[in-house]
Design a protein around this ligand. Structure first.
Ligand code: NAD
Length: 251
C-alpha cells in the first residue's frame, strides 16, 4: 500500500545519507519530492537521486539551496509551490557536526553549527506553515539526535542545536495543532553515514557498540521508515513527540 499517493514532500540536505534514504522512501510511497543540496560537489549525486526518484513514477526535483540562509529557504519554498502546487510534508534533515571539546570550540564553529542545524529549522518551518495553514493540513519532521537528548562529550554545539530542535518542534506542535499541522522530531542514535565515518574505525566503534542494546549501528533506511510513519496518516494522532531511533542506546 502506498501511504503518500498524491502528496508533495520536501527534504533538505538529501544528496546523500539519511536525507537521500528519506527522499527515496517517500517517493516509493507515491509522494512527489523536492529536495535540496548545498555544495557544488553534491550536484552530481543530487542529479542522480532526482533521476532515481523519477524512475519510481513521481515528480522529483533537486534544488541548490542553503538551509542555513533564510532568503534561500524562502526562494526554495516559493519555487516548490510554483512547480509542485503545494507542500504536504516538510522534512528538515540538513545538518553538520563540528566536534570539538568546549575548551577548543571557537565562536565561529558554534555559529556554523547553530545556523545549519537549528536556524535552518526555523527558516524552513517559517516558510511552510502558511501554505500548510491554507491547506489545513501538514506534517513537519525535524531531524534531532539522541545527542540532543543526552549530550555527548566533544559535541556541545551539536547537542545544543539538536536539543533546540526538540523545544522548537514541541512549541510548533502546540501552536499549530488546531490547524491540523503536526510537528515531530526524530532522534537517531548512531547511523552509518558519511557524518559518522569514525564508527568504522576499530576501537572507538567497539566502545560505542557496547552501549547499544541491539548491538549494531543504525541504517539510514531505518530513519527513513520512521520518517514515513510521521509523514503519513499512520501517525495522524501523533504531534509534539520525539521518536528515538537508536537501538536502545544509553549514552
Ligand atoms: P550527512 O553528512 O551524510 O548528510 C547531511 C546532509 O546535509 C549532506 O547532504 C549535506 O550536504 C547537507 N547539508 C549540510 N549543510 C547544509 C546546508 N547548509 N543546507 C542544505 N544542506 C546541507 O549526514 P547524515 O548522517 O545523513 O545526517 C542527516 C541528519 O541526521 C543531520 O541533521 C544529522 O545531524 C542527523 N543525525 C545523524 C546521525 C548519524 O548517526 N548519522 C545521528 C543523529 C542525527
Amino acid at each position: 500500500m502506498k501511504l503518500l499517493a498524491g502528496k508533495v514532500s520536501i527534504v533538505t540536505g538529501a544528496a546523500r545519507g539519511i536525507g537521500a534514504a528519506i527522499a527515496l522512501k517517500l517517493a516509493e510511497h507515491g509522494s512527489d519530492v523536492a529536495f535540496t543540496y548545498v555544495s557544488e560537489s553534491s550536484a552530481e549525486k543530487a542529479t542522480a537521486l532526482e533521476a532515481q526518484l523519477q524512475q519510481l513514477g513521481v515528480k522529483a526535483k533537486a534544488y541548490k539551496s542553503n538551509a542555513g540562509i533564510f532568503e534561500e529557504c524562502e526562494t526554495f519554498v516559493n519555487d516548490v509551490l510554483k512547480e509542485f502546487g503545494k507542500i504536504d510534508v516538510c522534512v528538515n534533515n540538513a545538518g553538520i557536526s563540528k566536534d570539538n571539546l568546549l575548551l577548543r570550540l571557537t565562536p565561529e564553529q558554534w555559529d556554523e553549527v547553530m545556523d545549519i542545524n537549528l536556524k535552518s529549522i526555523f527558516n524552513m518551518t517559517k516558510q511552510v506553515i502558511r501554505p500548510m495553514m491554507k491547506a489545513k493540513r501538514g506534517s513537519i519532521i525535524n531531524m534531532s539526535s539522541i545527542v540532543g537528548v543526552r549530550g555527548n562529550a566533544g559535541q556541545s554545539s551539536y547537542a545544543a542545536s539538536k536539543a533546540g530542535i526538540i523545544g522548537f518542534s514541541k512549541s510548533v506542535a502546540l501552536e499549530l495543532g488546531s490547524r491540523n499541522i503536526r510537528c515531530n522530531a526524530i532522534a537517531p542514535g548512531f547511523v552509518e553515514t558519511d557524518m559518522t565515518h569514525y564508527l568504522k574505525d576499530g576501537d572507538g566503534a567497539t566502545e560505542f557498540l557496547k552501549k547499544i542494546p541491539l548491538g549494531r549501528f543504525g541504517k539510514a533506511e531505518e530513519i527513513a521508515d520512521t520518517t514515513l510513519f510521521l509523514a503519513s496518516d499512520m501517525s495522524s494522532y501523533v504531534t509534539g513527540q520525539v521518536l528515538s531511533v537508536c537501538g536502545g542506546l544509553n549514552i
